[in-house]
Structures are given as C-alpha cells and as structure tokens.
Design a protein around this ligand. Structure first.
Ligand SMILES: Cc1cc2nc3c(=O)[nH]c(=O)nc-3n(C[C@H](O)[C@H](O)[C@H](O)COP(=O)(O)OP(=O)(O)OC[C@H]3O[C@@H](n4cnc5c(N)ncnc54)[C@H](O)[C@@H]3O)c2cc1C
Length: 282
C-alpha cells in the first residue's frame, strides 16, 4: 500500500526516558515518557504514530539513527546487528507538551503461538518492554505523521480496530470536531479492556469483547464480524472508513466495504499494524 497519510512535520529522532508505567486495563500498559528532547516532537493529534527504538537486552547504550526522513532505515541497517536497537511502531495516546510528556498504550500480548508454554509473559520486544519498563530507561522516537487522512468530502466516519488500534481510535475520536458523525467498532480482549475517552456525541462507540465469543480467536476477527452485521444505511451520505489492527482485519474490512457494501476504494484506508504469528522484522 502506498502511504496516503499525512507525513510528519519536521521530524527528528529524539531520546526520551520512562517516567512511569501504569496498567490501565488488564491487557494494556500505559508508559509515560519524558525529557527535554520531547520538546522537538510536535504532537498533532489523531492517530499520530512513530518509530520507537528500544534497547536490546545487554545494550547499555542506545544507538539511535541521526537521520530523520526516510534515510534513518538505511543508516539503521549499516549498524552491526548486535548494536542496533529494536524498532517497533506505536501511537501517541496523549501528549502534554507543557510538561514534555507523552503517553504510549502498549498491548500486553502473548505470542499467538499455541505451542508456547511462556504465555504468562508478554511476547515481543515492544510488549515485553512495556511490561518490565523501569523509570529512567531510555528510548528513541521518530515521528511518522498521521494515517487517518480523508481525502474526499465525506459525511460520516467509520473506524474499525482491534486493541492495537485502540490508542489510534481514541486519538482520532478526541481530535474529531464536535459535530462529527460516525461509528467506531473496537475489539478488545476482555470487558475490562474497554476505555473511556472523549467521543463526539454523533459518534457511536461499539465495543466488541473477544472473550464473549472465543478468547483464543485471532484478534480482529470479531470486529470484522461486527462490521459485516452493521446497518450502514443508518447514516446518510458518503463515508470515510479507516480500518487498523491485525493484518486480516485491515484487509478484510476493506474487502468487505468495497466488495460487499459498494464503498468506493478511495473512501477506505486500512493499515495492517501487525501479523498474527509473525514478529516485526527489526
Ligand atoms: C502505525 C502503527 C501504530 C501502532 N500503534 C500501536 C499502539 O499504540 N499500541 C500497540 O500496542 N500496538 C501498536 N501497533 C502495533 C505494534 O506495532 C505491533 O503489535 C508490534 O508487533 C508489537 O511489537 P512486539 O515487539 O510486542 O511484538 P513482535 O515482536 O512484533 O511480535 C511477536 C509475536 O507477537 C504477535 N503480536 C504482535 N502484536 C500483537 C498484538 N497486538 N496482539 C497479539 N499478538 C501480537 C506477533 O504476531 C508475533 O507472533 C501499531 C502499529 C502500527 C503500524
């Protein structure tokens, strides 16, 4: 998919440190970052996302790329593997520029590998970092911009996400104008993982609780089923749809909307955030 989002304005690789962590719901850890360099990270609202550079075990020094723009990756690849940090993608859940603070909500997921007997521990460098993060640990951030980007006139918004897209849905709902209309379908692992956030009164938030159906199902499939049953005709006019989360949810939502509901392709954006059973490459 070619990138149709809004690129970051004046991005820099910035260093920040963990100030505190809080388990906000059973499967979500909020990590608050702080530090003077965050003054160079311009928060824009919506689903603003960034590359997060995390130290690997045994690395006492975090080697961050110096280049922003697209060139950071080439620079990253020229660093010997043992000295590279992990890189994962996350969303700005909240920013407090007056305090130079930024919150990230991490899903504490398991590996999705049923043969694994290590399911008590969050799997993957991102989730593992959030679960164990201690005050003062340093990380790097590189702003990547906003993906939610309607490019045609539309009358209402349709958001579909699994729990990895919940921070993005919350950021979008909090950024939409008060008179926005729409539906947000968000799948979460348990009822306790639902969150409260500001939503325009014309936007209906529909939670889909996976454990009510099959707690071991692949995330995103329950949201997809909910989407298939939605009465979209309740809303008049043109829709802008935005589907994010596990890759089959993102592609499945788009296929359903375009193929079965007749939504024009240009009115649907979708981003596979992660792939079931497959770790991120770096
Ligand atoms: C633009 C963008 C924004 C994102 N924002 C957020 C965010 O704010 N919060 C957030 O939690 N995630 C977010 N994600 C998703 C996150 O980048 C991935 O889930 C990533 O794989 C997590 O890295 P990891 O090191 O924990 O796991 P990895 O090392 O990548 O994967 C290890 C194993 O865990 C599985 N896995 C990965 N993620 C999940 C998951 N969410 N649920 C179940 N199993 C999983 C993989 O399939 C693999 O088997 C975002 C992704 C994108 C592209």
């Amino acid at each position: 998919m070619s990138y149709k989002g809004r690129k970051a304005v004046d991005p820099h690789v910035v260093m920040a440190e963990v100030i505190k962590t809080k388990r906000i719901t059973p499967n979500m850890m909020r990590v608050t970052l702080g530090g003077d360099e965050l003054a160079r990270f311009t928060a824009t609202g919506y689903d603003q996302w960034f590359r997060l550079f995390l130290p690997r075990a045994g690395q006492d020094m975090l080697r961050l790329p110096t280049r922003a723009s697209g060139l950071w990756y080439a620079e990253y690849l020229t660093t010997p593997k043992a000295r590279r940090p992990w890189v994962r993608n996350y969303t700005v859940r909240a920013a407090r520029p007056d305090l130079n603070e930024l919150d990230i909500d991490f899903v504490l997921h398991e590996s999705g590998d049923e043969a694994s007997d290590d399911s008590a521990h969050a799997a993957g460098p991102g989730a593992g970092f959030a679960q164990a993060a201690e005050q003062g640990v340093r990380v790097g951030l590189l702003d990547q911009g906003v993906t939610y980007n309607p490019r045609h006139a539309h009358d209402w918004t349709l958001l579909v996400a699994d729990e990895s897209g919940l921070p993005a849905v919350a950021g979008i709902c909090e950024s939409l104008p008060d008179d926005a209309r729409g539906i947000a379908v968000v799948e979460v692992p348990t009822a306790g993982d639902r969150q409260e956030f500001r939503t325009p009164s014309g936007v209906e938030l529909r939670w889909v609780v996976r454990s009510d159906a099959d707690p071991h199902a692949v995330p995103g499939q329950a949201a997809l089923a909910e989407l298939s049953g939605l009465d979209l005709a309740r809303h008049d006019g043109a829709v802008y749809a935005f589907a994010i989360g596990e890759s089959s949810l993102a592609t499945g939502a788009r296929r359903h909307l375009v193929g079965e509901r007749g939504v024009p392709k240009a009115h649907v954006d979708f981003v596979g955030y992660w792939r079931h059973g497959k770790a991120s490459p770096n």
